[in-house]
Design a binder for this molecule. Structure first.
Ligand code: GAR
Length: 220
């Protein structure tokens, strides 16, 4: 963990099982990262991730897109909910909804996402099926700042995983997700230590613009 600075206050957004959230909670509770989760918010009221949050004593909130006439209405309600917790960063952990331009601009440089591919390759959905179909030798995962361009914001860190002979979506995703569970908390801890930020539309590390995403070292 980095220094004695106050913990990075985050709100986590998710839609599904929340194994990535669980990894952040576990690292937090073990005292390995300087992060505090103020709330977990979902667009799916039945998301298992919400139960994981409740089990950890974290406040939760579910907002159903069906209750709003359009994307703007939902995004506005989501922003109001987030504002109640005054987080420093919004952390997307399997949040499977596109956020509109005005939402992203309102929290510019303060939204992070993890995406299961070596961006800019395979933006969007079904990355495992697509990488297997393409016959690539490697796949992986990326953490990036969110901008209005889908999966297109400045990259912070990536982790590479070899595609093995006989891999299917399940086996490949298991290995990628294992990396994600280590890499995302590590990035959050670097942000807590004020080593990483977004400035002038770019990711910066230690006051230098990052020309290439950092490579995650899984042995650490
Ligand atoms: C993670 O693998 C994450 O990379 C992916 O959703 C999964 C969430 O799993 N995110 C995206 O595909 C975003 N485009 P989880 O619910 O078990 O944490």
């Amino acid at each position: 963990m980095n220094g004695s600075a106050s913990p990075l206050q985050i709100v986590v957004l998710l839609s599904g099982s929340g194994t990535t959230l669980q990894a952040i909670i576990d690292e937090m509770q073990a005292g390995n990262i300087n992060v505090e989760i103020k709330a977990v918010i979902s667009d799916q009221s039945q998301a298992t991730g919400l139960t994981r949050a409740e089990n950890a004593g974290i406040e939760t909130c579910a907002l159903s897109p069906r209750d709003y006439p359009d994307r703007q209405g939902f995004d506005h309600a989501l922003a109001s909910c987030i504002d109640r917790y005054k987080p420093q960063y919004i952390v997307l952990a399997g949040f499977m909804r596109i956020l509109g331009k005005s939402f992203v601009e309102r929290f510019a440089g303060k939204i992070l996402n993890i995406h299961p591919s070596l961006l800019p390759r395979f933006r969007g959905l079904d990355t495992y099926a697509r990488v297997l179909e393409a016959g690539d030798a490697e796949h992986g995962t990326s953490v990036h700042f969110v901008t209005a361009e889908l999966d297109g914001g400045p990259l912070i860190m990536q982790s590479r995983v070899k595609v093995l002979e006989g891999d299917d979506e399940e086996s490949l995703s298991a290995r990628v997700k294992e990396r994600e569970r280590k890499m995302y908390p590590a990035v959050l801890d670097m942000i807590a230590a004020k080593r990483i930020e977004m400035k002038d539309g770019q990711a910066w590390l230690d006051n230098q613009p990052l020309d290439h995403p950092l490579e995650f070292d899984p042995s650490k």
